[in-house]
Design a protein around this ligand. Structure first.
Ligand SMILES: Nc1ncnc2c1ncn2[C@@H]1O[C@H](COP(=O)(O)OP(=O)(O)OP(=O)(O)O)[C@@H](O)[C@H]1O
Length: 292
């Protein structure tokens, strides 16, 4: 979908040009605290096991990309990471707290430190953009209306959507919906940000602008980010580390500088296959741009 500004509003353009990626080194990250720890996690839906012995950690300020073929377990893992699955003591720790053993109030406290943007933006179509962005504040805080308005305005500015708060989601382009859902995810200044397929359905230019936004957020908020994606370009552009799932198991979890040299055939197959999958047919692309 192309980035169409809504009528009668001037959209602040995402600054053009490549964002210079200042990746923290492996040693720098190793010196920082672990903010996400997954310890030998198994998961089954009924009798069908879909996650096998998953162990993983993410350091403060790190961007972790989770990739893998369809049905490999990425979303199931993400749901465990954000506390949407039944609690399993000792399996998932966020910011040093074991999600599986927290009391309801402690869980609520932890949820305030986590921002999540699910696939397709998931904005409520019946509320305007600002109301959508304010939702976590309404659910998790007792702030007054004026304070919530100010916070929503600031976050819309951060994602380059100043002045779009009064619009309904249907008036936004695909990229703007994604940015609005990121504004909602960061409204509480979370320490951890989880994004599910942020670039799905976006054309390459809009997707690249979204990557730049994620990098800027990491720099500005020292936030740790976990991104589930099929977008290999984005993974290599903004990720510090890529974790590849295959049939519910971790095949590799490596720095972006080294994973291309991984000798495992399935890792190579997945990286190459995904590169092919996102190859853009120029005629198709032009059609999308022109709406033809
Ligand atoms: N609620 C559920 N009940 C039963 N099976 C499920 C459920 N959710 C997912 N599965 C199954 O678990 C496996 C892993 O699914 P999951 O959605 O985690 O994979 P994924 O890697 O995110 O896939 P995709 O890239 O297609 O979104 C799949 O075989 C899927 O059919």
């Amino acid at each position: 979908m192309s980035e169409q500004p809504a009528p009668s509003h001037q959209q602040t353009a995402v600054p053009p040009g490549e964002h210079v990626v200042c990746r923290p080194s492996e040693a720098e990250l190793a010196a920082r605290p672990k903010v996400i720890e997954v310890d030998h996690l198994d998961w089954s839906y009924g009798k069908r096991q879909v996650l096998f012995d998953i162990s993983l950690d993410v350091r403060q300020g790190e961007i972790m990309m989770i990739m893998g073929g369809s049905g490999s377990g990425k979303s199931t893992l993400l749901r465990h990471l954000v506390g949407l699955m039944p609690p399993l003591p000792g399996k998932v720790k966020l910011l040093g707290k074991d999600f599986g053993t927290l009391k309801p109030m402690e869980k609520l406290d932890l949820r305030r430190k986590i921002g999540v943007a699910f696939q397709f933006g998931a904005l409520f179509s019946s509320m305007n953009v600002a109301e959508n962005v304010k939702l976590p504040l309404r659910e998790l805080t007792k702030l007054n209306e004026k304070t919530m308005d100010i916070m929503a305005r600031i976050k819309l500015e951060v994602v380059n959507l100043s002045g779009f708060g009064d619009l309904m989601p249907a008036a936004l382009s695909g990229g703007m919906v994604k940015r609005a859902s990121i504004a909602r995810a960061i409204i509480m200044d979370p320490k951890l940000l989880f994004l599910d397929e942020p670039s799905s359905g976006l054309d390459p230019a809009v997707s690249s602008a979204l990557d730049d936004l994620i990098l800027r957020l990491r720099e500005a908020m020292d936030i740790s980010v976990v991104i589930v994606t099929h977008d290999i370009d984005s993974a290599f552009k903004i990720g510090d580390r890529i974790t590849i799932l295959d049939k519910g198991r971790i095949l590799a979890s490596e720095r972006v500088e080294t994973i291309r040299n991984n000798k495992n055939e399935r890792v190579q197959h997945l990286l190459n296959r995904q590169a092919e999958e996102i190859e853009v047919d120029p005629t198709e692309y032009l059609k999308r741009l022109t709406g033809g």
